[in-house]
Ligand binder design. Structure first.
Ligand SMILES: *[C@@H]1O[C@H](CO)[C@@H](O)[C@H](O)[C@H]1NC(C)=O
Ligand SMILES: *[C@@H]1O[C@H](CO)[C@@H](O)[C@H](O)[C@H]1NC(C)=O
Length: 307
């Protein structure tokens, strides 16, 4: 064998045995519903157990080269101490411990605008940065953003002078149908146009008639939403009644609690009687930690099944 080839071979061999070999695993596509929390899974595994230097984690959005919106570094010298990576930056935090190779990103309260590509990046001491892409899809039930009478035409010119316009939002893009007062499909279903990403505006000619109620109903695979025009008075009355009832109930509970506390204090100040001693019972209001624990467990399951 040519000595120079052997030399290159040996250098390669030794550098391979000195350097840490590692690999990164991600879930390439994650789907979440609007308003939920999403975990973009990402982890690294190393071929050796004694890496004790810094693990630098970064997450970028849209493009691998943009500035990270989330970054955090931990030195892997002890598993005991708190690592600062679970602190949240806006709606983002790290889900897991980088010292165990867990680099997943937790996005709380996912919105449609969060959908897109994310990049999990990690750098170990003296190593090239590794990154992998995770695509986030966000599904959303339809929402009716507005329902009103307008006098601009709906796209093309037309003889109708007034239009009832209904703007809806959702993913997949919702389909709009118009219903009459008796909840039947209107004969004229009008037209519509895309008024933004995930948004659709539908219109029907509006003829002012007594007692005419028209309902805009938006549907997609995630659910449906409805709103009527004009908003019925019955609905308004129900809302007011419900609000008043809830307020009365809350004040009754409040007064009851105050009475209980007064009685409790009196019993404390009373000298102990001969009979069985009465002890006031205080209920301590704390944030229930089990709630958080449950949440973490359930999201952990998501991570487990997601992998
Ligand atoms: C961090 O160190 C521990 C041992 O202290 C080791 O088991 C673990 O694999 C290391 N983490 C990484 C990402 O190398
Ligand atoms: C329709 O347009 C006219 C002006 O062209 C305006 O005065 C009127 O208020 C509009 N009506 C509605 C319902 O928007």
């Amino acid at each position: 064998m040519d000595p120079s080839v052997l030399c290159v071979f040996l250098i390669l061999m030794s550098s391979a045995s000195v350097s840490v070999s590692w690999k990164m695993t991600v879930s390439p596509e994650v789907t979440a519903s609007r308003g939920e929390d999403a975990v973009l899974c990402c982890s690294i595994s190393l071929n050796r157990q004694d890496y004790s230097e810094v693990i630098a984690v970064k997450w970028t959005a849209r493009d691998a080269k943009t500035d990270p919106f989330f970054r955090c570094s931990v030195r892997n010298d002890s598993l005991e101490r708190e690592h600062g990576c679970s602190a949240s930056v806006l709606q983002y935090s790290l889900f897991g411990d980088p010292r165990r190779g867990e680099l997943s990103l937790l996005i709380s309260n996912v919105q449609l605008t969060d959908a897109g590509d994310f990049f999990c990046k990690v750098q170990l001491d003296g190593q090239k940065e590794l990154h992998k892409k995770v695509h986030l899809r966000v599904k959303a039930k339809p929402q009716i953003l507005s329902l009103s009478v307008r006098n601009q035409t709906c796209g093309e010119p037309s003889s109708a002078s007034l239009w009832l316009k209904c703007e809806v939002e959702g993913n997949p893009l919702p389909k709009v149908v118009w219903l009459s007062s008796s909840k039947r499909l209107l004969e004229a279903q009008g037209r519509g146009f895309e008024s933004g990403q995930w948004r659709w505006t539908a219109c029907v000619p509006y003829l002012q008639k007594e007692d005419q109620v028209i309902t805009c109903r938006a549907e997609n695979s995630e659910g449906h939403a409805e709103r009527s025009f004009p908003e019925s008075n019955g609905l308004k009355m129900t809302t007011i009644l419900v609000t008043v009832t809830v307020l009365m109930f809350l004040s009754a509970v409040f007064i009851f609690i105050i009475c209980l506390r007064k009685r409790g204090r009196q019993q404390v100040s009373d000298p102990p009687a001969d009979g069985p001693e009465l002890q006031p019972v205080y209920s301590v209001i704390v944030c229930d930690p089990s709630v958080q624990v449950n949440f973490i467990q359930s999201t952990q399951q998501k991570v487990d099944t997601g992998e």
